[in-house]
Design a protein around this ligand. Structure first.
Ligand code: B3K
Ligand code: ZN
Length: 891
């Protein structure tokens, strides 16, 4: 990149000048030069204001144009203008045919966008703008066309030829080649196009839709992975059923295909009828995959399938609307996972991610609203904000409307916009029209970045029997705006009958009170014990009357809004909520707050014994001994807040202090509760056949949390415990937890186990990725050289994003190493960014993001990080990297 990249603005949006009624692609796959002949039936868009009759076709740097014809006549240079990498076709008629012929070299395409080769197979990734590297096209999501795709290739090397839609023809052709023709009847934007050619085996099944149609389901994988398809197939069938039951959405083609690909920039892609998945997000086997991976695969299979309606049937008008499909679909996949597993545990896991990754993005240089106003490179905006906060915004609409009206809204949205490319505004209007709920102020969530804080104070007047909540909200400045309008924040809450009641009421302690809710309350639960406060102003007061005794407020239940809640909970109140709150999320939240306070006290030099007081230890002890609670829930309840969350809570991050204090609190808890931890570990040990029931998964999670605590004691007995768990080789969840514990103990035993593990699994790329990640993310100081050595390992491949994510992503997660005081971690990542920039700009830019968030670090670290950012930008990087680094440097 030699000049500054162009900035694209939402305000400049214009309807497409032309409509492409049909697209015929003829792709001849070849190991050297792949030929793409593209025939488009085009007409002028009656809605376009454009004066000229020119047609702009996007083209990428990888295209080599051989020929272009308009209505069968080869175009002369005077009418075929090159504009950068794009093509301008001058003075076109009202209706015409364009035919272009290009050569491409997928085997040399390391960006993994457009058509590329992964191992022995050819595959595509077109979202967001990859299609323009396959052929010249109107590569924008509001240009929808009916696609027919003819693929031809060597029959022996590439026996399987796939594209979107239904197969309509196949046969032999000269030179040992064969061909297949696919037709997709649903008009779609180019970003949903897909093509695959490879030597793959097929895992098949079928699904009967609610209206009785039979849909054939195929998962294509390389032969050695054929035993790893069952879980994804079951997940797919469950997702199809769930979307019918919960959203009334039926699948629309006769065939649904998934293809597993080893080299893939992200998790998976929802191409119409032909989803392409990163192998890591589809292949699973109990011997090689952890419980977390199984759950993740189920969520991603669901996510991509749900896109068939929220994304494909109704798509985005432009890329600023990305959250229209991503936020909504993440919300849908979270609902699905909650229904399949435990809603509370899913919520806890999602909120933990939001509060670390998304809150950090929202307070850094790349902060953007879920509907950004501008971008240089759209790939940089496939962010935790657009996805996770986007899902929270949809979730808040769900909370404000209630499940029934939300469903009415989604029905209206799908019905009204089926086959269209629309905006987030269209989504909100459908929700308003179906429910009658006014979402005017709510729209600020789409246009403003930043994490609001809601400040809540209360007052109880015993003589008036009145309880008041004083609520105010504020949001810090972010790069797009210094001033913020108030948000519409739904605060789900209940008032719990507290301890200071008179004796007669004592039996009701912890019950939520049946309250006559004040008028501004927008929704009332059926039993009137719970309500949603609609916070819409900068300051509001809520008055509750007829309250016989001072209640304990349970605020922001289920984390009903992506905000920071500032309420001065006393220790006693938190203990109370931790034991009594009927909202599972808020029970967890109360324990987290207690643990956070203890950690913060240690960081403020209080002695551990005082900070981690006996009542807190008693609470943890009760949890570890409680056999009634869901073990998966207990596993989360007793876990200390992560270093990333502790960092998020500080105004100036002290990496070492956080690390040392958290480690010592962990150790102190292990010492104090050793017998409870050992007891819980033993109780959760399932010696029967391997099971994936919720309880079995929960037991493994809890047992491994206990193991992590116990191994902080660094004694022979607990090292032996981890070793025994490793040697048992019961399942991958236990094996990798045992390895992680041994690595943390930094013992020679870990080295032996790691070698044993590698020699056992070196042929399984997915397991090798885990092996890399376990080592690179180990959170002991001074591991940089070790991680550098991993890069030199024969199994490492910088061109494979999964390997990069395992090793470099793992290293960045290990804060104590990434933020090493001498800057060595920053210099290391900068070197890798520079190297990766020329191979795969999207992955390189992703690695830059953590470097960009330096403002909250100490002045010394800020200088060190800035130096590395400057070093990167001095290499004149791709626009992906340039955008992230330049925005970081101007903060
Ligand atoms: N829609 C794709 C993401 C495409 C990312 C392009 N950089 C996967 C998903 O969200 O379902
Ligand atoms: Zn998605």
């Amino acid at each position: 990149m030699s000049e500054q990249p162009q900035v694209i603005y939402l305000k400049d949006y214009q309807v497409p000048s032309h409509i492409i009624d049909s697209t015929f692609l003829d792709v001849h796959i070849d190991d050297q030069n792949t030929r793409v002949i593209c025939t488009l039936q085009v007409r002028k868009n009656p809605l376009s204001q454009a004066q000229s009759h020119d047609l702009l076709l996007h083209g990428g740097t990888l295209l080599q144009l051989e020929k272009a014809c308009l209505d069968g006549v080869e175009m002369t240079p005077a009418r075929l203008i090159k504009q950068g990498t794009n093509l301008l076709l001058k003075d076109c008629p009202e209706q015409f045919e364009v035919k272009t012929e290009c050569l491409i070299e997928p085997q040399n395409n390391t960006t993994l966008e457009g058509l590329y080769k992964s191992g022995g197979m050819f595959c595509t990734q077109c979202e967001a703008e990859g299609f323009r590297n396959i052929t010249y096209y109107m590569d924008r999501p509001d240009a929808m066309s009916v696609f027919t795709t003819r693929i031809s290739a060597d029959k022996t090397k590439y026996p399987v030829l796939l594209a979107n839609g239904n197969p309509i023809e196949q046969g032999e052709q000269a030179g040992g080649c064969h061909y297949a023709v696919w037709h997709d009847p649903f008009p779609k934007p180019a970003y949903l196009f897909a093509l695959v050619a490879g030597d793959l085996v097929r895992y098949g099944d079928s699904f009967t839709t609610s209206s009785g149609r039979e849909v054939t389901l195929h998962i294509f994988v390389e032969a050695h992975n054929s035993h790893k398809c069952a879980h994804a197939m079951e997940s797919l069938k469950r997702s199809m059923k769930w979307d019918e039951d919960v959203y009334g959405r039926e699948y629309d083609l006769d065939l649904f295909m998934i293809v597993a690909v080893d080299d893939f920039n992200m998790g998976a892609m929802e191409n119409k009828g032909l989803n392409i998945f990163n192998s890591d997000c589809v292949l699973a086997d109990p011997n090689t995959s952890t419980d977390a991976q199984f759950e993740r695969i189920e969520g991603i299979v669901g996510h991509e399938y749900f896109h068939n309606w929220s994304g494909n049937r109704v798509t985005c008008r432009d890329w600023f609307q990305l959250s229209l499909k991503e936020g909504f679909t993440v919300f849908r996949d979270a609902q699905y996972t909650a229904d399949m597993y435990s809603p509370t545990v899913k919520r806890i896991d999602d909120v933990s991610l939001l509060r670390t990754a998304q809150f950090a993005e929202d307070s850094g240089p790349m902060a953007h609203p879920i509907r950004p106003e501008s971008y240089m490179e759209i790939n940089n905006f496939y962010s935790v904000t657009v996805y996770e906060k986007g899902a929270e915004v949809v979730g808040m609409i769900h909370t404000l409307l209630g499940a029934d009206l939300f469903r009415k809204g989604s029905d209206l949205y799908f019905h009204r916009h089926d086959g269209q490319a629309v905006t987030t505004e269209d989504f909100v209007v459908a929700m308003e029209d179906a429910s009658g709920v006014d979402l005017t102020r709510f729209r600020n969530w789409y246009s403003q970045a930043g994490t609001p804080t809601i400040n809540v104070r209360d007052e109880y007047d015993a003589t008036q029997q009145e309880y008041r909540l004083y609520v105010s909200q504020s949001t810090p400045a972010t790069p797009e705006s210094d001033t913020k309008l108030p948000f519409h924040i739904p605060v789900r809450m209940a008032l719990l009958q507290g301890l200071d009641n008179n004796a007669s009421a004592r039996q009701g302690v912890g019950n939520s009170m049946a309250v006559s809710w004040p008028e501004q309350v927008s929704a009332i639960a059926a039993d009137s014990n719970e309500a949603v406060l609609s916070i819409t102003e900068a300051q509001q007061t809520f008055v509750f009357t007829g309250i016989a005794a001072r209640p304990v407020p349970s605020l922001l239940r289920g984390f009903s809004a992506p905000v920071k809640l500032d309420y001065p909970y006393s220790n006693q109140q938190l203990m109370f909520l931790a034991q009594h709150d009927s909202d599972g999320f808020n029970r967890w939240e109360a324990v987290q707050r207690l643990l956070l306070q203890a950690l913060q006290a240690v960081m403020n030099e209080e002695t551990i014994g005082d900070a981690v007081a006996q009542p807190l230890l008693d609470l943890l002890s009760d949890l570890l001994r409680n056999e009634q609670l869901d073990p998966a829930m207990v596993a989360r309840l007793v876990l200390l807040p992560s270093e990333a969350y502790l960092a998020e809570m500080q105004t100036e991050i002290d990496v070492e202090l956080i690390h040392i204090c958290r480690e010592s609190v962990r150790c102190y808890i292990a010492q104090s509760l050793q017998s409870e931890l050992e007891g819980c570990y033993a109780r959760c040990q399932d010696d029967g056949p391997f099971s994936q029931s919720g309880v079995a998964i929960g037991h493994r999670a809890l047992k491994n949390v206990c193991l992590m605590y116990l191994t902080t004691l660094e004694d022979e007995a607990h090292l032996a415990l981890a070793q025994r768990q490793y040697e048992k080789q019961a399942n991958m969840t236990d094996v990798s937890a045992a390895l992680q514990a041994m690595i943390a103990m930094d013992d020679d035993a870990a080295a032996i186990a790691l070698e044993n593990f590698y020699s056992h699994w070196h042929q399984d790329a997915q397991v090798v990725d885990q092996w890399f990640a376990l080592q690179s993310s180990a959170n002991q100081a001074g591991r940089l050289e070790y991680v550098k050595e991993l890069l030199r390992h024969s199994a490492f491949d910088i061109k494979n994003p999964n390997k990069v994510r395992s090793v470099l992503g793992g290293f960045i997660r290990s804060a104590i190493n990434f933020h090493a005081a001498d800057g060595s971690g920053y210099a290391f990542i900068a070197e890798q960014v520079i190297l990766l920039n020329s191979i795969n700009p999207m992955i390189a830019a992703g690695l830059c993001k953590p470097l960009g968030r330096f403002k909250k670090h100490t002045p010394e670290r800020q200088v060190l990080i800035r130096e590395q950012l400057q070093r990167i930008i001095d290499t004149n990087p791709s626009k992906d990297v340039y955008e992230v680094v330049s925005k970081a440097l101007v903060q």
